[in-house]
Structure formats: C-alpha cells, structure tokens
Design a protein around this ligand. Structure first.
Ligand code: FES
Ligand code: FES
Length: 155
C-alpha cells in the first residue's frame, strides 16, 4: 500500500492503495464514486472514462500510482452546485441516454471536448466519443446533444 495525494473533482484527496490497483477500483470502491462504470475492463468501451489532467483516459487501464499529483475529474465532478452541466441536460433532452451504461463516460468525454473547443464540429464530436461504445443510441442523439450543449453555452 502507498498513499497517493491528488485533486479529485476540485478538492484535495488522499487514498491508500496498491500502486498497481486499477484507478477504476480506487475511485469506485475506495472513494465510493460509483458514477464511473466498468464495461469491458480492457480499455475498449470507454464506460470508465475519467479526466486525468484534463485528458480522457480509461480508468480500467490506469494504475493507482498515476493518480498521485494528478488533477482527476469524474462524472461526479461534471455537475456543479447541484446543477446539471449543459452536456448532461442536453443528453437527457436529446434522448442521448437510453440504457445509460455508456452515459457517464460519454458525458466526461464531451465535457473535455467542450472545455478545449467551445464550438466543435460534428466530426470533432464524433472523434471525441470514438472511444465510447454505445449500443443503444446509434450516436446521432449524442452528437446532437453535444452540439446543442455547445450552442447553449455560447449564448
Ligand atoms: S471498462 Fe474501461 S474501457 Fe471498458
Ligand atoms: S445508452 Fe445504452 S450503451 Fe449507450
């Protein structure tokens, strides 16, 4: 066990973990942030997407030691002050959430996109969620939600 100190959703946190434990397990089991989901466990589905220093990563592939000193943002850190983020609202309204298995990862990927590109093209949205598998929506509604969220945030 080692102790890792990092920033989690804007607040300082420390956790004792095996350095090679999966960040996904540390977040879900040790820190009780169960919004991050496990799908494949092999880096293929994107259900476990979190932001590490602003970059989307698969938490199932990241060892706990990489959390040390990092700025970590999970889906729990996307909403603020009890208000859903524009991406979350648009996903609900556009029907971009169906079974919901992929949704936390999609929301995190889209939030990262809009943070670096306030007015993304449709292609940029598709590229941003290329690592997030969704079996339900056919992606079109997710893309629409992302463009709508960008549009609203720009108003
Ligand atoms: S659970 Fe991590 S990519 Fe599928
Ligand atoms: S909404 Fe079911 S997998 Fe995406």
């Amino acid at each position: 066990m080692s102790r890792f100190a990092f920033t989690l959703n804007g607040s300082p946190r420390e956790v004792d973990a095996d350095p090679m434990a999966r960040a996904l397990d540390v977040l879900r089991e040790d820190l009780r942030l169960t919004g991050t989901k496990e799908g494949c466990g092999e880096g293929e589905c994107g259900a476990c997407t979190v932001l590490l220093d602003g970059e989307p990563v698969c938490a199932c592939l990241v060892p706990a030691m990489q959390l040390g000193g990092a700025d970590v943002r999970t889906v729990e850190g996307v909403a603020s002050a009890g208000e859903l983020d524009a991406v979350q609202r648009a996903m609900i309204e556009a029907g971009g959430v169906q079974c919901g298995a992929c949704t936390p990862g999609v929301v995190v990927s889209l939030r990262a996109l809009l943070d670096r590109d306030a007015r993304p093209t449709k292609d940029a949205v598709r590229e941003a969620i290329a690592g997030n598998l969704c079996r339900c929506t056919g992606y079109e509604r997710i893309v629409r939600a992302a463009l709508e969220a960008a549009e609203r945030s720009a108003r």
